[in-house]
Design a protein around this ligand. Sequence first.
Ligand SMILES: [Zn+2]
Length: 330
Amino acid sequence: MRLKRKIHTGLNWLGNRREARGGVLLYHRVAEPDLDPFNLCVSPANFERHLAALAENGRVLSLHEFMEKKNRGQLERGSVSLTFDDGYLDVLTHALPLLEKYEIPATLFVTTGNLGEAFWWDHLAALVYGSSFLPDTLLLEPTQSSPLLIGNLSTKGLYDLLYPILRSASTERRETIFSTLSSQLDGADHAQPQRCASAEELREAAQHPLLTIGAHTVTHSRLCSLDYRSQVREVSESIETLSSIIGKRIDTLSYPFGLENRDFNGETLAAAREAGVRYGFAADLNAVTHETDDLVIPRLWVHNKGENAVKVPLQLWTGTKLASNIGLSS
Ligand SMILES: [Zn+2]
């Protein structure tokens, strides 16, 4: 009987440890641009609706508080923390005033290779969507023997064709492709991509009591496609750059693109650990439990919808079901 009771108590404890406790929200931008091919933007109006719902819930924590409570086994059900990936400037210009209004803290995961500049995918969107014409064929590199046939492809079709090619290209090849494409499409003359915050803007942001800064690598590459030493370098150099800009220690990382076993793997976790990362954040959708691995914290990508975008997961996290168990997609 004693053994049975012990097992029962043990299973209860384990069940409690594995229960959904809360979640980390993943945002990218707060803006309403004409062009948003990856749905990275939440409008300021919807973002304010989210913050109002979160303020009502009353369990919004800074990321470190959230993680420390999780590790002490004291994360209250329905606890939430906000994160923004990439380091876009509009997080400072559009999101921060609203975070101040509701006194809600957030963490910004910043890519250091293009501070003050636009990401390549935004340059590509501007180049393709902004172009006043689409040619029948396209060369990616000046030495290419047979050009890509564009035919009747729509603008979106062309963007979707080029994006994976550029994503898997090295930085050098990507630059070659860009300069070749720029001579065949005139989008860059008409569309201006949103840039990221500069080093100076980040330095100022890091002084704000509601904001903390985390790393998001140097080049925003799919880490598991790199060898181990390059993965360590991507993480440690981004941490060093950010630490020297803001004058504070950095121990959090968000994995670019963010899906476990597609964009990062076990080797990446070892590289992150070696680079001094304490808490690693993924883009896999799930709730956080007291058992969740500190280096693979799932997040909920919040889309440009009204308050239900955060209210529905809050209701689930306040209950006992994992968000993923009922196939929640946003
Ligand atoms: Zn990112």
